[in-house]
Design a protein around this ligand. Structure first.
Ligand code: UDP
Length: 328
């Protein structure tokens, strides 16, 4: 049985769906602070907060988990600058509760949602795994701290881990059952689609004076399904007795904000009014992954490495989601 922590959130719910499709036994732990119960398409569900260490310990004692996948964290960079305590508590202290319960109950395999934000301002692009780690905000710092904790837990307690550093996760379940549902939404593609569906009047483009060909920021957009496939390979690697690893996960192709905007206009047929706005604090000009290592070591190949397809799946979800109540 696999424990998916944060399985009611955007990435976690797609992971649960994929595990179930593979016929695996799944147990979801989520406090439903930002996730949705109805996004968990099957398996066991436990509404537990990672801050509640005794409850986490009791769950760990009650089942035999082959591995734990950890998606539960706070993820908004700007908020992390304004309220770092929330990020160190949720992403570091609460994760320690989980890891210590695992050690106590001899659950020895951990898959961790890490982020490109651990690298900080890129010194070279594309970014490979060995790029220096100098996070420039508390969000990135909190994720890098846990990567460091995992190295030490591996050494001291034999806990094996795979850290997956996501670039820009996007898209939705190709069959349209689940998708991105952040509240408030801060990510580019869902915001553009909310304009297309009439939920917002326009999109702000944060800066047109970056040193890129069209002046807008370049990002590496990776389909949620491809991201989750890498997690499956990671679990299988650890279950087969593999050692701890860390990988950068992206498609290796960058698209500018302007290119994403034009793709959304094309796919939705909506004009998408734009408001040119100042740069958003802490946005590097270009973030693109070098994912050679995960391709070579795990044989990972993205199936949906096509921005039009990513936007089509996300658009199908937005059209369904626009009429959904914002209940939890
Ligand atoms: N962005 C934008 N307008 C928005 C939201 C995002 O211009 O309303 C830009 C943002 O500055 C960045 C890119 O879109 O260059 C992707 O941002 P997102 O928040 O989706 O992901 P991030 O790269 O911050 O993880």
């Amino acid at each position: 049985m696999i424990l998916v922590v944060g399985g009611a959130g955007y990435i976690g719910s797609h992971m649960v769906k994929l595990l179930l499709a593979q016929g695996r036994e799944v147990c979801t732990l989520d406090n439903l602070s930002t996730g949705f119960r109805d996004a968990v398409l099957g398996g066991e569900f436990h509404q537990i907060d990672l801050a509640d260490a005794p409850a986490v310990d009791a769950l760990m004692a009650s089942r035999r988990f082959d591995a734990v996948m950890h998606f539960a964290s706070s993820i908004v960079v700007g908020e992390s600058v304004k309220d770092p305590a929330k990020y160190y508590r949720n992403n570091v202290a609460n994760t320690l509760n989980l890891l210590e319960a695992m050690v106590r109950h001899k659950v020895g395999r951990f898959i961790f949602s890490s982020t490109a934000a651990i690298f900080g301002e890129p010194q070279r692009v594309p970014i490979d795994e060995d790029h220096p780690k100098q996070p420039v905000n508390p969000y990135g710092a909190s994720k890098w701290m846990i990567e460091r904790v995992l190295a030490d837990f591996g050494h001291a307690y034999g806990l094996k881990s795979v850290c997956l550093r996501y670039f820009n996760a996007c898209g939705a379940d190709p069959e349209g059952r689940i998708g991105e549902r952040h509240d408030p939404e801060t990510h580019l593609i869902p915001l553009l689609l909310q304009v297309a569906s009439g939920r917002r009047p326009n999109i702000s483009v944060f800066g047109r004076d970056y040193p890129t060909p069209d002046g807008t920021c370049i990002r590496d957009y990776i389909h949620i399904e491809d991201l989750c496939t890498a997690h499956l390979l990671a679990v299988d690697h650890l279950v087969a007795g593999g050692d701890s690893r860390a990988f950068n996960l992206g498609n290796g192709t960058g698209f500018s904000v302007q290119e994403v905007l034009e793709t959304v206009r094309r796919v939705t047929g909506h004009p998408i009014p734009v408001v040119d706005s100042p740069r958003r604090e802490g946005d590097p000009a270009r973030l693109v992954a070098d994912s050679t290592r995960v391709r070579q070591q795990f044989g990972w190949t993205p199936r949906y490495a096509d921005l039009d397809l990513i936007v089509r799946h996300a658009w199908a979800w937005e059209q369904k989601c626009a009429g959904m109540p914002a209940h939890r």
